[in-house]
Design a protein around this ligand. Structure first.
Ligand code: UD1
Ligand code: CA
Length: 485
């Protein structure tokens, strides 16, 4: 709390001002998600490369601190908690899950010290902080200028309202709401109403919990519906209002696989548009899969059918050619990634060239201007500045210096069946094609390895190592064989 706010509290403790209103956010995330036909909890299904719930938490955290955000979990609570624990939000357990109204009943203790609570749905990931703020401010200002509202519903006007609860106003022109009717309980006339309940609300905490016990389960699911609070509060003489979102798509939920995929596509399209606005060229953006947290520098070109996932960062002036899948990797500036590369938790410095068909596994660090070529697999290695491994090679658990040339078909034999061992290749080494380097082993600075060698002992600086059977040529052998048969 700032100094200013604590002063205000002292002066006018009887009537809280906007600054002293204690606001919490409750995110309903306890449901099973029956309609997804999945054994995994609904809110952990991913869109834009992140669980649904993680998107909602991220938006909430931009409005109030994590300490005031409560995720209501229940179905598969342990895995949901585990998936979002690092966000720092609080958890409330709803067990068993008896509906959205029951979810809030379970949170009554946790929310008792707040003045108002904003309720969000853990399965509606497109919500933006701006809209949450607007809902909060609308509820608060309603309280000051008019008769205080006990409940403010965020509503939306949809072309196709199928599946959503409908908003029933007190009069044709009134903001005041009399009830929310779930689709299944709608009369044919109510079903035609296109103003729907987004599932996001602001409640004043006192009237909410003074009346929540009045909810009944006399509906098709036998559940406590939070939506029924509209009518319950009206009947108790409280005011219920609705405010419409500007952009109706923000509130879209994901009850079915088809809706999940649609949200995913929408999120990725938005991500591509954002990157393009920041100077990135993306050809055929609809064919690319780019996660929400990916960063790409200006003047980089992304070709069709590229996937950029997790916390991947790509610098400027790069080109990522088709069919590359890059996961949680850091790419410098001016890097060329030729078609078909797979990168996972790798780092690539400025000016490097990869591919086609390179596989960089976790812990691969590719130096400036280095080249990693066709069918080269790397794992936990450092490849120094300007070094090259261009063809058909496996490099694992290796420290490779600068200006090294790794010939085609070279293999670091890093695993003895029990332990992993390290290969050290110092600056300027030349490894001939088809060599096997049996770790632990060290190739000293500037040394040479003859093609086809099996190297089991260290090679000193500037030396030549040849580890292969001596060639034998039997003169005229073929001719003799032919004549004798
Ligand atoms: C709900 C609303 C509906 C609204 C729609 C908007 C109710 C009864 N209906 O319907 O009016 O138009 O959202 O998307 O609220 N959950 C719990 N505990 C439970 C049940 C659900 O935490 O016991 C959670 C779910 O995990 C989910 C959220 O509440 O994140 C909404 O539940 P869901 O079953 O998806 O409600 P809808 O049928 O979409
Ligand atoms: Ca829903």
């Amino acid at each position: 709390m700032t100094k200013e706010t604590s002063n205000t509290t002292k002066k006018s403790s009887s009537r809280p001002t906007k600054d002293t209103t204690r606001t919490a956010i409750a995110i309903m995330a306890a449901g099973k998600g029956t309609r997804l036909k999945s054994k995994h909890p609904k809110v952990l299904h991913e869109v834009g490369g992140k669980p649904l719930l993680a998107h909602v938490i991220a938006a909430a955290k931009q409005v109030i601190p994590a300490a005031d955000i409560f995720a209501i979990i229940g179905h598969e609570a342990a895995s949901v908690r585990h998936a979002v624990q690092d966000t720092g939000v609080q958890f409330v357990v709803q067990e068993p899950q008896r509906g959205t109204g029951h979810a809030l009943m379970c949170a009554s203790k946790a929310l008792a010290r707040y003045d108002q609570v904003i309720v969000l749905s853990g399965d509606a990931p497109l919500i933006i902080p701006e809209t949450i703020r607007k809902l909060r401010d609308f509820h608060q200002s309603g309280s000051r200028e008019h008769r205080p509202a006990a409940m403010t519903i965020l509503s939306a006007q949809l072309e196709d309202p199928t599946g959503y609860g409908r908003i029933i106003h007190k009069g044709a022109t009134s903001d005041d709401v009399q009830a929310i009717v779930e689709e299944k309980s709608c009369t044919p006339a109510q079903r035609k109403i296109r103003e729907i309940n987004s599932g996001f609300y602001a409640f004043s905490v006192k009237p909410l919990f003074a009346n929540i016990e009045r909810l009944k389960t006399d509906n098709s699911h036998g559940e406590y519906y939070l939506t029924d609070m509209a009518q319950v509060l009206c009947n108790a003489g409280k005011r219920v209002v609705a405010t419409k979102t500007q952009d109706a798509s923000e509130i879209l939920g994901s009850n079915t696989r088809a809706e999940l995929v649609e949200l995913d596509a929408r999120m990725r399209r938005d991500k591509c548009l954002k990157l393009m606005a920041a100077g990135v060229t993306i050809f055929y953006p609809e064919s690319c899969v780019i996660d929400a947290d990916v960063e790409v520098g200006a003047d980089t070109v992304i070709e069709p059918f590229v996937q950029l996932l997790g916390r991947t960062h790509i610098g400027g002036d790069c080109r990522v050619r088709s069919y590359s899948v890059i996961q949680s990797s850091q790419i410098g500036d001016g890097v060329l990634i030729r078609p078909g590369c797979v990168l996972d938790d790798a780092r690539v410095a400025n000016g490097a060239i990869l591919g086609p068909y390179s596989h960089l596994r976790p812990g691969s660090e590719i130096g400036e201007d280095a080249h990693v070529g066709n069918f080269v697999e790397t794992k936990k290695i450092r490849l120094g500045k300007g070094s090259k491994a261009n063809h058909l090679t496996y490099l694992g658990d290796a420290e490779i210096g600068e200006g090294v040339n790794i010939g085609a078909g070279t293999i670091t034999c890093n695993y003895d069946g029990v332990h992993k061992h390290k290969t050290i290749i110092e600056d300027g080494v030349f490894v001939g094609s088809d060599s096997t380097l049996v770790a632990p082993v060290k190739l000293g600075k500037g040394s040479y390895v003859g093609a086809g060698s099996c190297i089991t002992d260290d090679v000193s600086e500037e030396s030549l190592a040849i580890g292969r059977a001596k060639q034998v040529v039997k003169e005229g052998w073929v001719k003799k064989k032919r004549e004798s048969s």
